[in-house]
Design a protein around this ligand. Structure first.
Ligand SMILES: NC(=O)c1ccc[n+]([C@@H]2O[C@H](COP(=O)([O-])OP(=O)(O)OC[C@H]3O[C@@H](n4cnc5c(N)ncnc54)[C@H](O)[C@@H]3O)[C@@H](O)[C@H]2O)c1
Length: 263
């Protein structure tokens, strides 16, 4: 079994997943980085850039090609992780997508709805189910282990955006999935947390950068700046290393104060 704790991070090739990989590596974890995009010949961006970065932090990094919406890929992720490290201490469910085209809920298509629910919700749910069963076995064999599961949902789990309802719905469901796993897994000492990012500067928000620049400048975000992947990564690291060990089911919002209702 690997000496250091091991974290599986989905969608680790860029953006928030990359930020989480770096912060967990800084905090003593070895990393399994999963992404649907997999280009071993290219280390300027994507999973293999993250691998190089993490290696400089003295952490091991296993890149795994996997699409979380494919149940077959869940087995592959598990097998490659156990073959290499023999343990799973943390699962970070970060991979997710936005609608290819923002459309009003009065025009939203069933295809876009199905795509988002299939990746963000169904994929996240069944990958978690598979890994949670493995964690349960590990804990039964070795009660010293205290694994945890962290879901990256969104403020969109609660905030309404009429031009991307399918995203909001997919994330509201993720929030409930986190709550139910938190409830179910307490008896095995497996804590479950939900992290809700606000407006974070990544590839996902690149198409709406000007719109959000303006909103931020106008004070829509009380802390008046974009969030960065490392803001989310630092919160995940605190949860992953047990700083909130008596708080399973905790929801942490990383949104520069957008949780404050204002008059
Ligand atoms: N950026 C934001 O403002 C923001 C805010 C709230 C929540 N989030 C959530 O944070 C997570 C990461 O977002 P981001 O902004 O870093 O996005 P991003 O698009 O920059 O990166 C997402 C990564 O996930 C990978 N990915 C996509 N579909 C996948 C799949 N089916 N299987 C495996 N990997 C897949 C992509 O290849 C990419 O590397 C998402 O769940 C997103 O919904 C983002």
């Amino acid at each position: 079994m690997n000496n250091k704790p091991v974290a599986i991070i989905t969608g680790a090739g860029q953006g928030i997943g990359r930020g989480i990989a770096i912060e967990l590596a800084k905090n003593g974890f070895d990393i399994v980085g999963v992404d649907v995009i997999f280009k071993p010949e290219f280390d300027q961006a994507g999973l293999f850039e993250v691998k190089e970065h993490v290696k400089e932090l003295d952490a091991d990094f296993l890149p795994v090609q996997g699409d979380i919406s494919s149940l077959d890929d869940h087995e592959k992720i598990l097998k490659e992780t156990l073959d290499k490290f023999g343990r799973i201490d943390v699962l970070v469910n970060n991979a997710g997508v936005a609608p290819e085209k923002r459309m009003d809920i009065l025009e939203m298509t069933p295809e876009s709805f199905d795509r988002l629910l299939s990746i963000n919700t169904r994929g996240t749910l069944f990958l978690t189910q598979r890994i949670a069963n493995q964690m349960k076995e590990h804990v039964e064999e070795n009660p010293v282990l205290e694994p945890c599961i962290i879901f990256i949902s969104s403020i969109s789990a609660e905030v309404s955006s009429t031009s991307r309802a399918e995203y909001c719905i997919s994330k509201a469901a993720v929030s409930q999935i986190a709550r139910i796993f938190a409830d179910r897994l307490t008896e095995y000492g497996i804590n479950v947390y939900e992290v809700r990012p606000g407006i974070i500067k990544t590839g996902m928000t690149a198409p709406v950068r000007e719109k959000y620049d303006k909103l931020i400048e106008e004070g829509f975000v009380p802390q008046k700046r974009w969030g960065f992947p490392e803001d989310v990564g630092k919160a995940v690291a605190a949860l992953a290393q047990g700083d909130f060990g008596y708080s399973t089911g905790l929801v942490v919002e990383i949104s520069g104060g957008m949780n404050i209702r204002r008059l």
